[in-house]
Design a protein around this ligand. Structure first.
Ligand SMILES: [Fe+2]
Length: 275
């Protein structure tokens, strides 16, 4: 199974820029790359911060961007999103338990579980008892799962960013729940941090992905301010097999030269100098 993981598209009202770049152009480029190189993907999963200011016109632009794709798209909301505006543009996502955008599906014996970790008017993540109960039921029903969410549920050693991770009062009971089911959870995937960060939490491997817009600079010292820059974006391609998981970062905006070479020993031999 191949999954495309895109995150933090931060769309604006078309014509408006975000952080000095055009987020619509960036998303269009990423999706063009998916169309040409990953038409065999089972799902494209966008883990939140779909828009930057939660505006209806930004969501309508996302509707347009997501046309003519090779596989179904699964959307999550992030701290920059507005649940009501999102649901107005994407009514198929309404009707989920307790008003949250939590849902799941099974592909090739793996339960893909999509979580809503947002709470209005805060950038920090929340995952209350009602959401944990829903997740427990999902995990009880399956033998193999993979979780997708917007916020990093664990602290990452980045003092400023950790202030807007999942809040401790929800992190601790979520960790208890995931520890119970760790044997059946293959991976946790999230966005929010605008950087590729990998590790383990509750004995489960995790991976984040860059934004298609601005990137964050991992700052292990700064206590208050988030550090960001318009560095090169990427999205992830996740390959899932019986043997494990492989994650590729795809640098979809590179326009410089590309060198091509064979794999035989002689193909990398030093050229013979001209006489
Ligand atoms: Fe974001």
């Amino acid at each position: 199974m191949k999954l495309v993981h895109i995150s933090d598209t931060h769309l604006t009202v078309p014509g408006e820029r975000m952080g000095g770049l055009n987020p619509h152009l960036r998303l269009a480029k990423a999706l063009d790359e998916v169309r040409t190189q990953h038409s065999d993907a089972s799902r494209i999963i966008i883990t939140g911060d779909l828009t930057h200011w939660g505006e209806p016109k930004a969501y309508l632009s996302l509707v347009d961007n997501l046309k003519n794709l090779p596989c179904p798209v699964r959307l999550l909301v992030g701290n920059h999103d507005d649940r009501a505006a999102f649901l107005a543009a994407f009514p198929d996502y309404s009707g989920n338990p307790a008003g949250f955008i939590n849902y799941a599906e099974t592909i090739e014996d793996t339960r893909l579980i999509y979580l809503d970790t947002t709470q209005p008017r805060t950038h920090a993540g929340h995952f209350c008892a009602a959401r944990r109960d829903w997740l427990r039921e999902e995990l009880n029903k399956c033998t193999r799962a993979r979780l997708f969410m917007h916020h990093n549920p664990m602290p990452l050693g980045l003092p400023a960013e950790d202030k807007i991770a999942l809040v401790p009062e929800d992190r601790i009971p979520l960790a208890e729940l995931l520890n119970t089911f760790r044997e059946r959870i293959d991976y946790i995937h999230f966005g929010h941090v605008h950087a590729p960060i990998h590790g383990t939490w509750c004995g489960i491997q995790f991976a984040s992905v860059r934004s298609t817009g601005n990137q964050s600079i991992p700052d292990l010292i700064e206590q208050e301010s988030l550090q960001g820059a318009p560095m090169a974006p990427s999205f992830s391609v996740i390959l899932v097999t019986e043997e494990g998981t492989t994650i590729h970062e795809i640098p979809f905006t590179w326009e410089g030269p590309v060198f091509s070479t064979g794999t035989a020993w002689e193909d990398w031999a030093k050229p013979t100098a001209a006489e």
